[in-house]
Design a binder for this molecule. Structure first.
Ligand SMILES: *[C@@H]1O[C@H](CO)[C@@H](O)[C@H](O)[C@H]1NC(C)=O
Ligand SMILES: *[C@@H]1O[C@H](CO)[C@@H](O)[C@H](O)[C@H]1NC(C)=O
Ligand SMILES: *[C@@H]1O[C@H](CO)[C@@H](O)[C@H](O)[C@H]1NC(C)=O
Length: 203
């Protein structure tokens, strides 16, 4: 084996260790970070949502719940995999920041960082969407001086009502979004998987 491929293998081994591997651990991390309370959601995941952020140099960063990611590595757009028996879809993925502008006074939260539907699972477990997202991915931009924000990715089974909803479109302000209110209004039920990262302001 060439040294370079040994290094690549090592990097992949490290990434495999980095991602979420336990539903119970993800649930615990959400609870420890107070996410179910702050988002007003019931979080009883039945699968793992793997979120990977592509990097300009090197392999993607795959999140595990609660990972700190340098702001500069969060440009995205992320790719999504599901591990678990969830059926083929369709699914909705939502990403919210409940900590804007600061966790202490989140007066503009939640910020909608991503909202997309019509995701289906391909054979590799990759989630692929057949329609443009409602809100394309916005890179985390916590303001200078703020503590790190939580960026929370949630996977829902898509409801018929989601396809015809008119509550949110691509020109709806991303501020003051409320994922539990939205999920309830369009019958998404509770999320079936999720993960989150912490991102501090750029140095
Ligand atoms: C941040 O990302 C840009 C573009 O990917 C890169 O050119 C730059 O070197 C990075 N800066 C740091 C401090 O890593
Ligand atoms: C988005 O929704 C608003 C409010 O319902 C509506 O006025 C606007 O026309 C919609 N925009 C698009 C692009 O559908
Ligand atoms: C979101 O809406 C729910 C009701 O569905 C409410 O209980 C909660 O306080 C709202 N969250 C925010 C941050 O406004």
């Amino acid at each position: 084996m060439h040294l370079s491929s040994a290094i690549v293998s090592l990097a992949f081994a490290f990434l495999a260790l980095g991602q979420d591997v336990s539903i119970a651990a993800v649930k615990k991390a959400f609870t420890n970070a107070n996410i179910p309370t702050d988002l007003d959601i019931v979080f009883e995941p039945t699968a793992l949502l793997e979120v990977s952020l592509p990097q300009t140099a090197g392999p993607p960063i795959t999140l595990h719940a609660g990972i700190h990611v340098p702001r500069n590595d969060t440009a995205g757009p992320p790719t999504f995999h599901v591990a678990g028996n969830v059926g083929k879809g369709p699914f909705v993925v939502a990403t919210v920041d409940p900590d804007a502008p600061t966790p202490q006074a989140p007066t503009s939260a939640q910020i909608r960082h991503f909202l997309g539907g019509n995701f289906v699972l391909n054979n590799g477990g990759l989630l692929v969407n057949s329609t443009p997202a409602i809100s394309e991915f916005r890179q985390p931009t916590p303001p200078a001086g703020s503590d790190a924000h939580r960026y929370i990715f949630l996977l829902f089974k898509q409801s018929p009502a989601f396809a015809t909803q008119t509550l949110v479109n691509s020109s709806t302000p991303v501020q003051l979004f409320n994922i539990s209110q939205f999920a309830s209004a369009v019958d998404l039920g509770n999320p079936i998987a999720g993960t989150f990262m912490l991102v501090a302001p750029a140095a």
